[in-house]
Design a binder for this molecule. Sequence first.
Ligand code: F6R
Ligand code: MG
Length: 364
Amino acid sequence: MRVTLSVIKADVGGWVGHSSCHPSVIDRARECLDGGRESRLLIDYHVTSCGDDLALIMTHDQGVESDRIHKLAWDTFQEGTAIARKLKLHGAGQDLVADTFPGNIQEMGPGVAEMEIVERQSETVLVFMANKAYSGAWNLPLYKMFADPFNTSGLVIAHNMHCGFAFEIYDIKGGRKITFNAPEEIYDMLVYLGATNRYSVKAIYHRDTDEIAAISSAQKLSMVAGRYIGLNDPVLITRAQGTFPAVGELLEPFAMPQLVEGWMRGSHNGPMMPCAQAQANPTRFDGPTRVTAYGFQLANGLLIGPRDMFDDPAFDQARHQANMIAEYMRSHGPFEPHRLTLDEMAYTTLPEVLKRLEERFTDL
Ligand code: F6R
Ligand code: MG
């Protein structure tokens, strides 16, 4: 059976500040998607949140980039925004830069990750969601999952994965893309993957079968209505088991709380903390960055789950380490490398301040 898994997320208003999503907004989203399931547009759905981002996880038979599915998501975000306005939540509708459905939802703010697959006998999928991060945050974990034998023993041990994986990488600021084959091109690939503020893994494919293994919400950076669209709070879908890495191999990279951009005002580097959904409400200095993972088994498109994968004491050490790193990074205050470099700050509110000070400079 062919089934499409769509994960579409947007920040439609924060409760409190930018820390979390209000339960009434989540309830309203459930009602909207319930309507979609009753009308048989959706096979199944799950609504959740990571920080102040509302995430719609949906299965259907409409394929990727379906107008009907994107319209349903758009309308759901509008309904959530109406609730957010009524409750005067912070930044109501902030990720929706158009008033009417624009046709292509991802060019108007929300993040989109979708894959159409032939459901296997046992189709295990993981949905990763990050808050206070940019799309390059998936580069390091995806490299470990699909190219690093020290992380994924299946790359060495499993005959059906030994061929390696192909990485499709977006140059989000240059509007280009390139594909590299792992393992033989990993040195070339890392030239770009390491530059997380410019290059983002979009998709990964199994090299024997060409089957899609992972898809992220990475997209070309664009300026709409005076705001940069497509950087914030990415989502990621990965398939697991069989010809793909095991669930534990996909989760393993997050045992190391990597430094990512996105903390406080999208302007600071800090550790990415893996946590249960209930703990994904960043408060300290609006952070530190959170990542959650929801696991599902698909059964003819039904989402059997979620299992809250980081709700496991085995990740306590990573959370502890993330807190220690957070403490250390915070002690730098407004200094780099806690604060991003000026180049990277071009996508924040700093240019407004710089503009004002520029005229006071005199030539040396
Ligand atoms: C939002 C974020 C926050 C905000 C900060 C200022 O995802 O990262 O750190 O940037 O709380 O928010 P505003 O400008 O909305 O008052
Ligand atoms: Mg947000």
